[in-house]
Design a protein around this ligand. Sequence first.
Ligand SMILES: C[S@@+](CC[C@H](N)C(=O)[O-])C[C@H]1O[C@@H](n2cnc3c(N)ncnc32)[C@H](O)[C@@H]1O
Length: 210
Amino acid sequence: MRKLTPELLDHLPHDDPGAVRSRRDLARINRFMGNNSWIIRSVGKSPSHITEIGAGDGILLSKLSKLHPGAQINAYDLAPKPADLLKKANWHRGDILTQTPPEQGGVLIANLFLHHFTDEQLRVFTPWLQGFDTILINEPLRAKLPQLLAKAALPFIHSITRHDMRVSIEAGFIPGEIPLLLGLKDMGFELQETTTWSGSIRIIAKQSPI
Ligand SMILES: C[S@@+](CC[C@H](N)C(=O)[O-])C[C@H]1O[C@@H](n2cnc3c(N)ncnc32)[C@H](O)[C@@H]1O
């Protein structure tokens, strides 16, 4: 069963020194797990619109906007728009559950984001998802090996990251859970779901051709 515990990073001011350190750890964790490179590879050739929910520091979107200069970029997060990244992005600050999705579809990305929400909250994400052609999801795999790897990383990461990494895995997912909770198959998406040894569960959802 998923266990949800509030993450410390979500409740700290954006410029708190601990939050800054923990976001740096997160960037290293994304690199170690190969998350951003998997998303970059999976985005496709020339998307017209790219939207990321829970965009954090905007590092991934910044890379994608350089690789796809013609794409319109939308970002959603509780955090403010990063000052030096993503000048051309439409940044929507606030709780995702109170925001409306962009009108045009394109690619939607959720990287280490959906595990913040309860099963009930995930079930109300449907209006968010149905307009997109492709949805790329990368979340923590709820399993023993990722918990062991997280323990091995403890000496190298900030105390906030130590807490948040453990609770993220406890709130993570096992295969089959995300499509069911989000109702992806009912919305007509074709799904590919994979897991990695380093603790990711990954989904590529594409609208079936009519
Ligand atoms: C674990 S971080 C991941 C950030 C980024 N995707 C990455 O991989 O570096 C989760 C992000 O979700 C954002 N977040 C959490 N709850 C949110 C909510 N209800 N609405 C919008 N953003 C939220 C946080 O501010 C944070 O930036």
